[in-house]
Design a protein. Structure first.
Length: 93
């Protein structure tokens, strides 16, 4: 092969097709991001409206649930300490 000959150094791409492909992918990405932003905004607005319409504020509801969980844990611990030692190990299986 002489210096004037062009060797096959790999695949030959048509730049117009690659540019069109990149533009379509970019456009699709922008449309997808716009859809995600619209959906997320709607969900945030709906959730905020739902929380504002609640009879009990979220902080009070969380405090009540925490108190219930603590009472249940205390009752379970007390029951285990009173009755748990009488149950032989492996009796439940």
């Amino acid at each position: 092969m002489s210096n004037n000959e062009i060797g096959s150094g790999g695949p030959r791409f048509r730049t117009a097709t690659l540019i069109t492909s990149a533009a379509l992918v970019g456009g699709g990405t922008i449309i997808a991001l716009a859809g995600l932003a619209l959906g997320a905004g709607h969900m945030m607005t709906s959730t905020r409206r739902w929380v504002n319409d609640m009879d009990v504020p979220v902080s009070q509801l969380a405090r009540n649930k925490f108190t219930q969980a603590r009472a249940a844990m205390s009752a379970g611990t007390q029951a285990w300490q009173q009755n748990g030692s009488a149950v032989p190990v492996g009796a439940g299986s």
